[in-house]
Design a binder for this molecule. Structure first.
Ligand SMILES: O=C(O)CCC(=O)C(=O)O
Ligand SMILES: [Fe+2]
Length: 400
C-alpha cells in the first residue's frame, strides 16, 4: 500500500509536499495500531510535521508516523523545524567562491580532527572518488585528549574547526555556529521522540552521549558541481552516528536512498524541510528497529537546475568511548514485532561502519575517516594508516 503512495522521481513543490502530508496522514489514520499491516518496502520518503509534536492532539499521530519511518524506511523529511536557514543559505555560494588559496589555507589535511576544506576529488567512498568540494565544520567542544599521556588516538578525532578569514566572508562564522547549535538542540529533542516512538522510557538514549561539553557533532557544507554525465557525488554509504539532519540547500535532485529491495529512490529537495536519516550506531543500539539506510548522491549533470548542488548535513554523534555492546535497551515485544513484520534487510551497496560490535564508537569513526580521507590519516595517524593501507596507496582501497 505504502509503496504506491507517491510517484517516483517527481519535482516536489511545497504545495505538493502538503498534499503528500495530507494523503499520508489520511492513510495512517485509517490504519489500526500497531502498524503491522504496512508493506515494508517503500518508493518514496515520508514527510513528517515537527510542529505536531507541540500539540497534545497531534503528537500521537507524529509518533506513529515516526515509528513507521524509523522501522520501515530509515529516512524522512521533517517540516516546520525550529532552525533558521536563510542566512546560511545566502553564505553558501560566497563560501565556495572564495579564492582557492584561501580555501587551501584551511585544508583538512592540516587538521588532526578531520575538520576543514577538501577540494574536489579529495575524498573516497567504496574506493571511488567522490566529486564534491566541502568544508567540515563542527560544534564547539572541550577535548579530553592530552598529548603524551597515552590517551586513545580516537580522542583527538574531535577538536576545533578551521574557519575562513573573517575579512573575506564577514559574519559567516557566527551564522554557521548559530546554525549548528540550533540543529544540535533539534537533534537531542528528536532523539527523545525516537525513544517515545520505539516504546522506550523518556531519556533512554542519553546514556550514549558524553557530558555535553565533551560532545561534538559535525556539520559540512558541500558543493556538487555540474558534470558532463551523471557521476558519483558521494558513493553509497551509511552515516556512522545516531542521526543526520540534512539541509538540501539548492533545488537540485541527486540524493537517493536504497529501499528494501535495493532500488534507488529519489529524495528531491522539498523547500523548508530537513531530511533526517538514521546512522549505523542508532541502528545497532535499536537492534535494527531504526534502519540505517544506504544512500548516495548523483552529481547534477543535465543543467535542468543550473549551477552546483549544495547541501549541509549535520551528523549527530555519540560519545567517543561508548561501546555499543555494553548498552542493551529493552524494547516492548509489540515494537519488536513491527521489526519482524518488516522482515530481513537485504544486502545494500553500502559496507561501511561494521566495527560497532567490537570497537568503541570513536575508533569506528576514526577508521571510517582514515578510509575516506587517507591524506589526512597518513599525516596525523601514520600507524593506523599503515594498518589500513599496507601498500600505501589510496587507489587500492577495497572496503569503501
Ligand atoms: O549531500 C547530500 O545530500 C548527502 C551527503 C551525505 O550523505 C553525506 O555526506 O554523508
Ligand atoms: Fe550520508
Amino acid at each position: 500500500m505504502e509503496s504506491n503512495l507517491f510517484p517516483r522521481s517527481q519535482t516536489v513543490s511545497t504545495a505538493l509536499a502538503q498534499v503528500m502530508l495530507a494523503s499520508y496522514d489520511a492513510i495512517l489514520t485509517r490504519l489500526p495500531l500497531p502498524l503491522t499491516t504496512m508493506a515494508a518496502n517503500f518508493s518514496s520518503v515520508p514527510v513528517l510535521d515537527y510542529a505536531q509534536t507541540a500539540s497534545p492532539e497531534l503528537r500521537p499521530q507524529f509518533i506513529r508516523e515516526l515509528q513507521h519511518a524509523l522501522i520501515n524506511v530509515g529516512f524522512l523529511y521533517l517540516a516546520n523545524v525550529p532552525v533558521q536557514t536563510d542566512e546560511l543559505l545566502r553564505y553558501i555560494p560566497k563560501l565556495f567562491a572564495l579564492p582557492q588559496e584561501e580555501k587551501n589555507k584551511i585544508a583538512m589535511v592540516n587538521s588532526k580532527h578531520f575538520l576543514g576544506y577538501n577540494k574536489l576529488g579529495a575524498e573516497f567512498t567504496k574506493g571511488a572518488t567522490d566529486w564534491r568540494e566541502q568544508f567540515d565544520i563542527a560544534t564547539p567542544h572541550v577535548s579530553r585528549f592530552v598529548e603524551g599521556r597515552g590517551d586513545p588516538d580516537y580522542w583527538s578525532l574531535w577538536g576545533p574547526s578551521q574557519w575562513p578569514s573573517e575579512d573575506l566572508i564577514p559574519g559567516f562564522k557566527a551564522t554557521m555556529e548559530k546554525y549548528l547549535l540550533e540543529v544540535q538542540e533539534l537533534s537531542y529533542n528528536f532523539a527523545n521522540l525516537i525513544s517515545e516512538a520505539l516504546g522506550l522510557p523518556q531519556g533512554s538514549l542519553a546514556q550514549f552521549y558524553d557530558r555535553p561539553e565533551f560532545m561534538q557533532h559535525r556539520g559540512k557544507i558541500v558543493c556538487y558541481p555540474q558534470t558532463d554525465r551523471p557521476a558519483q557525488g558521494v558513493g553509497p554509504h551509511y552515516d556512522a552516528g545516531f542521526l543526520t539532519f540534512l539541509l538540501q540547500a539548492s533545488d537540485h535532485k541527486g540524493l537517493q536512498v536504497q529501499n528494501l529491495t535495493g532500488d534507488w529512490i529519489d529524495v528531491p529537495p522539498i523547500p523548508n524541510t530537513f531530511v533526517v536519516n538514521i546512522g549505523r550506531a542508532l541502528e545497532f543500539v535499536t537492534r535494527g528497529l531504526a534502519r540505517a539506510t544506504s544512500h548516495r548522491v548523483i552529481s547534477p549533470s543535465d543543467n535542468t537546475v543550473p549551477g552546483p548542488r549544495y547541501s549541509v548535513p549535520f551528523f549527530q554523534n555519540i560519545g567517543l568511548d561508548v561501546r555499543l555492546t555494553e548498552h542493551v535497551l529493552n524494547f516492548p515485544p509489540e515494537i519488536l514485532q513491527l521489526r519482524d513484520a518488516r522482515g530481513e534487510l537485504n544486502a545494500t551497496d553500502s559496507v561501511n561502519f561494521t566495527e560497532f560490535d567490537r570497537e568503541p564508537s570513536g575508533r569506528v569513526n576514526l577508521i571510517g575517516r582514515v578510509k575516506s580521507h587517507p591524506d589526512v590519516a597518513e599525516r596525523h595517524y601514520p600507524e593506523l594508516f599503515r594498518q589500513i593501507f599496507p601498500n600505501g596507496a589510496p587507489a587500492q582501497v577495497s572496503a569503501y
